[in-house]
Design a protein around this ligand. Structure first.
Ligand SMILES: [Mn+2]
Length: 226
């Protein structure tokens, strides 16, 4: 089975409980739509766990992108790489001491979108043309894919047949409560991902204490809460 999640934001224990709840196994796939780090206290611990999962597709969100921009800035001036690692560790006030170069390299290798025959995953959503058609993702900049706030609007709907999974803006700030929000296409039943324009995944776990994921095969949602 394939499970899609977003905006875990350092909530290591909630994430582990969610994986237990869904009985996540080697034959399953996890797709994380970004923002695994910051806000919560276990950013690096969570990142290392995700990077250790062979069956995980991990995307960058704006928080990973901001970290990478800080890293690239340090490297432009750097002569002492041990000092750079210390500075990177200080980026994470709670568990920065766990940060190593391998984790930094894995962060740098994150993708900005993931596309299959029936859906697309991107942290902030995807760029659309005026008619609502999805613009070629390979031409999109990382900034478009991790920062854009327009895609959250209820009337911004990708017309093409694929569903877009995204997070980035908290469901609380959208007035949806701490839950996954589905945008169903007209006349569709909703038992297949292609029946949806888009599915918003950010349950604001760090504040709400609720973390959820979406199972692609049967469109089921699963939650754990504090
Ligand atoms: Mn975000």
């Amino acid at each position: 089975m394939t499970y899609i999640i977003s905006d875990i934001h350092g909530e290591y224990e909630l994430f582990c409980r969610l994986m237990e709840k869904i009985k996540f196994s080697q034959s399953d796939t996890l797709i994380s739509c970004g923002d695994m780090i910051e806000k919560g206290k276990h950013s690096v611990r969570l990142a290392k766990l995700l990077f250790s999962m062979k069956n995980a597709v991990l995307l960058a969100g704006n928080h990973e992108y901001a970290f990478l921009k800080y890293y690239w800035g340090l490297m432009r001036e750097a002569t002492d790489y041990e000092l750079v690692l210390c500075q990177l560790q200080e980026y994470f006030p709670f568990d920065g001491r766990l940060l190593d170069w391998e984790t930094v390299d894995r962060m740098e290798a994150l993708c900005y979108f993931h596309e299959t025959a029936s859906y697309i995953c991107a942290h902030a959503g995807v760029p659309l043309d005026r008619d609502g058609h999805i613009l070629p993702l390979k031409e999109a900049t990382p900034e478009q894919l991790v920062y854009d706030r327009a895609f959250k609007e209820p009337d911004v709907l990708p017309k093409a047949g694929k569903c877009v999974f995204f997070g980035h803006t908290t469901s609380m700030s959208l007035g949806h409560g701490a839950q996954i929000t589905r945008f169903l296409r007209d006349g569709k039943r909703g038992d297949h991902v292609r029946d949806y324009y888009k599915i918003h995944l950010d349950t604001d776990a760090w504040i709400s204490g609720v973390l959820g994921c979406f199972r692609v095969e049967d469109c089921m949602e699963f939650y754990v809460c504090n």
